[in-house]
Design a protein around this ligand. Structure first.
Ligand code: ZN
Length: 287
């Protein structure tokens, strides 16, 4: 079944929410990266976070979330656009952090110290860049902290990945709720208490609830309207042309470092596609 994502706003415009089911997307990321279970959960949370953030973009705007910590995963990267196309990669997909009784120790895999970096390409000359220190290294709380502290929008983020016995992704998804300025304090307090009592996204998904029903439960009887409905999905932007441009920009020594038996192979870090270049092609890049 295809993944789904829904974005709504209250009729008075004070609160907006996005919910997504990202099961298929996260399974694709897991397979392409070759993740172990704890790495799958970490990567899946960040890919889901990117999808949710992407729902707030317009037209050809793009966004990247990068988590860099002192844990075994080292660096996780998830990118998206306004159309729900997401790709994600992890530097070291084998965290070797065993599952715990309560689930997966994502914070240990990410590392307790590190940064969440956000890069937004809003179509301006320079992309917008921001960075916050990791708060809990659980990813959802770190993104909520970034949104509240850096973007000054009080936000609540929940992300979840549920794995089957065979370590494939059983379900994944999440939601993001934001109080838009100026906001009404009583309103926000009521919403906060609802969010506090919400089950985890994976529990809701496993009960058969979709993004629409999840938002229905959060927003209860507030009048809302649907702003957008999209399908988050794995999609990579890499191309032979783009890889060629990178190779052309390398100096002689760097190019030689990539070359083996006169040929070069470049593997996309996101989708795993392999681009091969012959000796003749490489020679033409040097000129
Ligand atoms: Zn690719």
């Amino acid at each position: 079944m295809a993944d789904k994502m829904l974005r709504i706003v209250t009729k008075d415009g004070t609160v907006r929410g996005v919910a997504a089911e990202t099961t298929e997307l996260v399974e694709q990321c897991r397979r392409r990266q070759g993740c172990d279970p704890t790495a799958t959960v970490a990567l899946g949370r960040l890919a889901t976070a990117a999808a949710l953030m992407g729902a707030l973009l317009k037209d050809d705007q793009r966004l990247a979330l990068i988590v860099e910590g002192n844990g075994p995963l080292r660096k996780i990267n998830a990118e998206t656009d306004a159309g729900g196309r997401v790709r994600a990669s992890v530097k070291n997909p084998l965290s070797e952090i065993p599952p715990t009784a309560g689930g997966f120790d994502v914070a240990a895999a990410v590392g307790r110290a590190g940064f969440l970096r956000v890069v937004k390409d809003l179509g301006m000359k320079e992309p917008y860049r921001s960075m916050v220190q990791l708060q809990t290294s659980e990813i959802g709380e770190d993104l909520a902290y970034y949104l509240s502290a850096s973007e000054q929008i009080p936000s609540s983020v929940a992300l979840g990945v549920y794995l089957e016995q065979d370590a494939t992704v059983g379900c994944a998804g999440g939601f993001l709720v934001q109080a838009m300025p100026p906001g009404n304090e009583a309103d926000i307090a009521a919403l906060e208490s609802t969010l506090l009592n919400m089950p985890a996204p994976t529990d809701l998904l496993r009960q058969g609830l979709g993004p629409r029903e999840i938002l229905g439960r959060i927003f209860a009887d507030r009048p809302c309207e649907v702003v957008a409905e999209t399908q988050p999905r794995f999609a990579c932007r890499c191309s032979r042309r783009q890889v060629t441009a990178v190779l052309r920009s390398l100096d002689r020594d760097e190019l030689a470092g990539l070359t083996e038996d006169g040929e070069a192979q470049v593997t996309c870090e996101f989708c795993g596609e392999v681009y091969s270049f012959s000796g003749e092609e490489l020679e033409s890049f040097r000129s």
